[in-house]
Design a protein around this ligand. Structure first.
Ligand SMILES: C[S@@+](CC[C@H](N)C(=O)[O-])C[C@H]1O[C@@H](n2cnc3c(N)ncnc32)[C@H](O)[C@@H]1O
Length: 244
């Protein structure tokens, strides 16, 4: 699912195949963005991912042994020297960072003049499930968007729509905002809409979502999928810019 988004991010970078780039991915997770990006770059490019979660960094190292991954938790500063990278990327991480303005300043500091940033984020309030149970599904979308999961230090379900104001509005970058829409017509494990609905079972356990509502929606989605009527979508917004 993420690969179409990563392809869009790659296209925004307008890479030159013969240039050796230095690239940082902040909140790299399992390293898949860098893994995919590396196939579009000169093999001597230097790609490094950082993430606070040890298990994800270990998984990234195992999947992409030719790339570099470090455990690093951002609070107020990044460990890299000034002008270290030509490209800085971050996907679906910013909402978890309490001090966003510090991160934006640090990205600006470690980026070379003329470098590029691409920052992408889902906007959770744009989740759409085709459902006849309008009031229940609206509640579900809002509950997901407002949910700060245990591993998050902060959350903002509307992070996607704020990227433009955060980066362009900082006065440190000039760029553009584009969108990527994920569309799905199948409801099964591994599909984004299915997996997010399954995530919501945690909110049933803690009483935010009622069990009967949850059962109604799961049954409805399955039925819609079986009769070719299931529809799910969500928007990611992507800021692509250069330092001022
Ligand atoms: C939703 S995941 C996105 C992972 C990856 N970018 C992707 O698109 O698959 C957010 C990631 O940010 C990491 N993260 C959250 N807060 C962080 C922080 N303060 N410093 C470093 N990584 C952080 C999490 O561990 C998690 O891997």
């Amino acid at each position: 699912m993420k690969f179409a988004l990563f392809k869009k991010i790659t296209s925004l970078l307008e890479l030159d195949r013969n240039t050796k780039y230095k690239v940082l991915d902040i909140g790299c997770g399992q390293g898949d963005l860098l893994g995919q990006l590396s196939s579009s770059m000169d093999s001597e490019s230097y790609l490094v991912g950082i993430d606070e979660a040890e298990h994800l960094v270990e998984s990234a190292k195992e999947s992409y042994p030719n790339l570099e991954f470090h455990r690093e938790k951002f609070t107020d500063s990044l460990s890299f020297k000034d002008d270290s990278f030509e490209i800085v990327l971050s996907v679906d991480t910013l909402e978890c960072i309490p001090n966003k303005s510090a991160l934006i300043s640090e990205i600006h500091r470690i980026l070379t003049p003329g470098g590029k940033i691409v920052i992408a984020h889902w906007d959770w309030d744009t989740q759409v499930y085709n459902s006849a149970n309008k009031s229940i599904i609206r509640k579900f979308v809002a509950a997901f968007s407002d949910w700060q999961q245990d591993w998050m230090k902060a959350s903002d379900g509307q992070m996607g729509r704020r990227l433009w104001s955060l980066f362009e509005g900082s006065g440190k970058f000039k760029g553009k905002i584009v969108s990527y829409t994920l569309l799905e017509t199948e409801f099964r494990e591994g599909k984004y809409g299915f997996d997010r609905l399954r995530d919501l079972s945690s909110l049933v356990k803690n009483g935010i979502i009622e069990t009967t509502d949850y059962e109604i929606i799961c049954a409805e989605m399955q039925d819609l999928s079986d009769t070719s009527k299931y529809f799910y979508s969500i928007n990611s917004y992507i800021y692509a810019g250069e330092p001022v």
